[in-house]
Design a protein around this ligand. Structure first.
Ligand code: PLP
Length: 393
């Protein structure tokens, strides 16, 4: 018999993953050209050539024991050192090697951070709409998820966040550029958020940590840049991933960067290192640690996603469907014309379009489409979207 907690998790299992499995089933049944699977944020672009070169270089090492063996739970010292130096050069931060913990992607990093911070019953604030997996990650460690709505522009609402913070609040998770909305928080918003967290921390007499989940850090369009979140608030734990920027989602590699100004810094570094071990990761994949350290100067192909974004917006404009204009990441949040996202996604599925209902992200009335797919698939979906929209006219 499995645990009651796991039974509940299976029953409310990720709609995104379920949709992805459905996409594979439908493709096998109907053929690739009849299915428009926009369900999963799995980059449909090969890793930059430098990644393959780095893999070849690393596996040609004379010291295969070093390459494939265990190392410190937090990762190879030289890799952590190089990542800290790169962040410091790019963002003017003061990271030290001890504060960089190599992780099994951002998902692994978030679980490690939450394991490090939470006691049973502690609260974590998330901003709706949010990446639905946060629910499971927080509950994994007995935490209680508290949802706070973003404002009309999908930006953090500092007053609402401040009001929601109580004695048991340990952390606020933000994600910019955002999955599912494509929102990008600017300097003004991050400053206001930092001020609210500073006031709330003083009120409760304990640090409210900011967990910045940033796998889409570089994916911003129209010449804009994502301000570096940790620069605004001293108690920040940054969870980064190479899943999207280097198209390495299946390789499971990322890092946590703990701001040197964070309260209880030494404890945080030790706790994240031990959490990496006892959660069973032991350490992040060894070869990939070395590969990403060789690729620190490689930039993602933002142009590929921007071209897809524009094409997808055109498809939706032509169909007469409304959406939130994305400024970053690679998702479009499409409005369900009658506000019923479940019905909208079912109608889309009947036409071969797989999109995820916004209830997975803690809000109603929308569906999320991931445009990290082939350009051709977006262009070919035009008729199907037109037929979907026609059902609402
Ligand atoms: C907002 C957000 N956080 C975390 C993750 C997990 O990413 P990773 O593959 O690095 O674990 C994703 C993946 O899609 C995501 O969208």
């Amino acid at each position: 018999m499995i645990s009651k907690k796991m039974r509940a998790m299976i029953n409310s299992s990720s709609a995104i993953r379920a949709m992805f499995e459905e996409g594979k089933r439908m493709t096998a049944l109907l053929g690739e050209d009849k299915v428009f699977d926009f369900s999963l944020g799995n980059p449909n672009i090969a890793p930059p050539p430098k990644v393959a070169e780095a893999i070849a270089k690393e596996v040609a090492t004379d010291d295969a024991v070093f390459l494939h063996g265990y190392m410190s739970n937090a990762g190879y010292d030289d890799v952590r050192e190089r990542i800290a130096a790169k962040l410091n050069a790019d963002f003017g931060t003061g990271y030290r090697k001890e504060g960089v913990i190599m992780t099994v992607g951002a998902a692994g990093g978030l679980n490690v951070v939450l394991k490090a911070l939470l006691d049973e019953g502690d609260e974590v604030i998330v901003l709706t709409p949010y990446f639905g997996e946060y629910r499971c990650y927080v509950s994994n460690f007995g935490g209680v998820l508290k949802e706070v709505a973003t404002d009309a522009d999908l930006m953090p609402d500092p007053d609402a966040i401040e009001r929601a913070i109580g004695e048991r609040t340990r952390a606020v998770i933000i994600n910019t550029p955002n999955n599912p909305t494509g929102a990008v928080y600017g300097e003004k918003e991050l400053r206001a958020l930092a001020a609210a967290l500073t006031r709330a921390s003083a009120r409760i007499g304990a640090p409210v940590y900011l967990i910045s989940d940033e796998p889409y850090r570089e994916l911003v369009y129209g010449g804009a840049v994502q301000p570096y979140v940790a620069s605004f608030y001293p108690d920040t734990l940054t969870c980064y991933s190479y899943s999207k920027s280097l198209s390495l989602a299946g390789e499971r590699i990322g890092y946590i960067a703990i701001s040197p100004s964070a309260r209880d810094y030494d404890d945080l570094c030790s706790a994240c290192s031990v959490a990496t071990r006892i959660l069973g990761f032991v350490n992040a994949p060894s070869l990939m640690q070395r590969v990403v350290a060789d690729c620190l100067d490689v930039k993602p192909d933002v142009e590929f996603y921007d071209r897809n974004r524009k094409a997808f917006q055109q498809v939706l404009d032509d169909a007469g469907l409304q959406y939130i204009e994305p400024r970053g990441a690679f998702y479009l949040f499409i409005k369900a014309p009658d506000g019923d996202e479940a019905k909208f996604c079912d109608a889309a599925k009947a036409l071969g379009i797989l999109i995820v209902p916004s209830s997975s992200f803690g809000v109603n009335g929308y569906a999320r489409a991931a445009y990290c797919v082939s350009h051709d698939k977006i262009v070919r979906s035009k008729q199907a979207f037109a037929a979907l929209a026609a059902q609402y006219k």
